[in-house]
Design a protein around this ligand. Structure first.
Ligand code: NAI
Length: 337
């Protein structure tokens, strides 16, 4: 039998390790590291041909140069987004990159709707009150989704599942997605431009990738064009929204509800236990003080089904790399810029 391939797995939590070890083939040795991948820790993968990383790892040019110098030829992202990978540098250094394009779009779509429902019915406040023996309904007044307008930015796999579910609630569904019009129209959504979507929606939910074009899509100007009392949901990527603009919108009571599973500076906070520390990020802490804001720590994807799928897809891509087969989930740099 050929020598097994060592794989350095960064940002590996116990649950990642469990699912990856269960999926691994005999030709693989998984070395799971708790630390994140960055220019410093990249040296840990010296001599390792395949590296696996996650959403908040820093795969900048410096990291990739260290990896390439150590012999790394494949990076297997255990996530869909790859905005944290310098694809130009990877291509120049001869490192191939694969991702997991869709682990469980259902998981993310269902979490998105959980945030909407929890916000609309003030569930966090209701939960705390009942535990405290307070059964007053003051401040818990909700609203029906029926006949509300939901605006979906990004009509891809997750956005379309959210739309389908909101249609079942009796909502009108608007979609803004310049690259995916036909399939959205076929599903009964009204495809509109960005300005119309933000002006007409009672609930706006983000499901597009983070690109230079979509960074800070939700900013001061966009918020000013929304309906007063709008509900904003982001389970996509933090930097799609300007958090300072969100804070002013919440303080002026222009934004009625905010549900986020992602945060632009989440890299230094999420996926770790900081409960024994003082959190220094004042913007984040201020966000968590509003009664009409729910923040979850990038857990939308976190279901049994998704973790199994992430592990299986990652292992299949590494196996294809070992066999010299086509890498069906390879991500390439955009040569157009
Ligand atoms: P997808 O690729 O199927 O859909 C993305 C859609 O966004 C595409 O239809 C594309 O045409 C559209 N799009 C691209 N640029 C746009 C723009 N400028 N304006 C409007 N639409 C635009 O991706 P999928 O699977 O639906 O995932 C969406 C996002 O969800 C991912 O990019 C990722 O950032 C995020 N995600 C978050 C997770 C979490 O746990 N919170 C887990 C998985 C994904």
């Amino acid at each position: 039998m050929a020598k097994p391939l060592h794989i350095a797995v960064f940002s590996a939590k116990p649950y990642d390790e469990k699912f990856l070890l269960a999926a691994a083939t005999e030709s693989m040795v998984m070395c799971c590291y708790k630390v994140d991948l960055n220019p410093m820790t990249a040296t840990m993968a010296h001599g390792v041909e395949a590296v696996s990383a996650f959403v908040n790892d820093d795969l900048c040019r410096a990291t990739l140069e260290t990896l390439a110098a150590g012999g790394t030829r494949l990076i297997a992202m255990r996530c869909a987004g790859y905005n944290n990978v310098d694809l130009n540098a990877a291509a120049e250094l001869g490192i191939r990159v694969v991702n997991v394009p869709a682990y469980s779009p259902y998981a993310v779509a269902e979490h998105t709707i959980s945030l909407m429902l929890a916000l609309s019915r003030n569930l966090p406040r209701a939960f705390n009150r009942v535990r405290d023996g307070n059964f007053s309904l003051d401040g818990l007044l909700g609203f029906d989704f029926y006949q509300k307008t939901v605006g979906i930015i990004g009509g891809g796999k997750i956005g379309r599942l959210v739309g389908e579910r909101m249609l079942a609630f009796g909502c009108k569904v608007l979609v803004f997605d310049p690259y995916n019009v036909e399939v959205c129209e076929q599903m009964g959504f009204e495809v509109v431009d960005f300005d119309r979507l933000i002006a007409d929606s009672d609930i706006i939910t983000l499901h597009c990738p983070l690109t230079p074009e979509t960074r800070y899509l939700i900013n001061h100007d966009a918020i000013a064009k929304m309906k007063r009392g709008v509900m904003l949901i982001n389970t996509s990527r933090g930097a799609l929204m300007n958090t300072r603009a969100l804070l002013s919108g919440l303080k002026s009571e222009y934004i009625g509800y905010l549900g986020i599973d992602v945060y632009e500076q989440e890299g230094s906070l999420f996926f770790e236990d900081h409960s024994n520390e003082i959190i220094k990020d004042d913007i984040f802490v201020r966000l968590t003080t509003f009664p009409n804001v729910i923040v979850t720590g990038h857990q939308a994807y976190f279901t049994h089904e998704a973790l199994r799928h992430i592990a299986d897809t990652t292992v299949n891509s590494i196996d294809a790399f070992i066999q010299g087969d086509e890498l069906i989930h390879e991500v390439r740099r955009n040569l157009a810029g």
